[in-house]
Design a protein around this ligand. Sequence first.
Ligand code: UD1
Ligand code: UDP
Length: 373
Amino acid sequence: MIKVLVVFGTRPEAIKMAPLIREFNRFPEEFETRVCVTAQHREMLDQVLSFFEIIPFYDLDLMKPNQNLNQLTADVLIGLRSVFLDYLPDYVFVHGDTTTSMAASLASFYSEVKVCHVEAGLRTFNKRSPFPEEINRQITGRIADIHFAPTEISKANLIREGIKDSTIFTVGNTVIDALMWANVKLENYEDDEIRGLKELLVSTKRVIVVTGHRRENFGDGFLNICKALSLISQRDDVQIIYPVHLNPQVQKPIYDILGDSANIHLISPLKYPAFVWLMSQSYIILTDSGGVQEEAPSLGKPVLVMRNNTERPEAVAAGTVVLVGTNTDVILLETETLLNDEDLYKRRATLHNPYGNGHSAALIVSKIKSYDR
Ligand code: UD1
Ligand code: UDP
């Protein structure tokens, strides 16, 4: 029996680890699987756990309002020690680039437990952008024993850093497994949030969905984004829907500046199925999110990424994603161009799947089964 501990703390990690947990749970004779949430996020995490029916075995319940990275890092390191002593796992699975993932990798290393890194090898090679994620994932990659890279580009990044080829598996991204699962479920599913969105949206106006939460955009970045949204909202052929991230550093400027805008709907973060439904209804997505950049190509939705660089060049190469930074004029111009030029829009709105076909979790589990421990 292989003892697996899956550790995560935030909304996107939960969405992307959910398919893997379900897959491990299909093989109870071979794997004992326990989930530990740090609860770096709380409400935004819990809604995902509930949708995917995941019951954590351990819940460190760490989130504090307006928490800082030092405290969070220390709390994860300390909290996980007793979890490892209690469970003595063979493998710890961590995801991506959050502070939970970085600190959980370090805690695993200190307890001499093997680390498996899902969504390994993404890089901008700019340690300040995204901050602190670029360094979080580099540290996690340095510690990890097995690397599950989503694409050949991410695998090549790891090879260049001297990681042994035999420890890297290119498996696609489990975000697509989750998205496909949600899409199937949505065929016979409607909750209060989806009903509310249906009432809110005007059928004659195109929907622009906005999300944003990156730390490097705090301050001027968010001010510029708000100015751009305000200008875009003056068109009467569009409506802007913005589920605002719960980070107070995001909530305050967004509600202060855009709170009274008639054509901009600021709403609470949506539960995952409602957000997937909203993306499917959108014309354009404006975001700085990592996960949304990966989901949009599968949905055929053009994305303007409000960042200066991305660790996800695959969708940029395919034309779905365009980097617009946080300059008000550039965001406005690129949005107007997509809204006004139908041919360009059609070229950008092409469906494609750079991040896999929805079988990533199955691939990961099969690699672990045959991995020589
Ligand atoms: C974190 C991750 C980031 C990831 C993002 C996904 C780090 C350093 N940052 O950023 O990589 O892209 O999650 O959303 O790991 N809050 C709530 N309720 C919640 C969630 C957050 O109130 O359910 C508020 C709290 O005040 C919290 C604050 O948001 O202190 C910041 O949360 P934190 O996880 O530290 O940072 P994020 O910006 O969410
Ligand atoms: N998402 C969600 N509700 C929302 C906004 C986003 O469920 O209101 C989902 C989205 O589909 C994606 C993930 O959350 O899978 C992205 O999370 P976030 O942008 O917070 O983090 P990142 O991917 O940038 O780390």
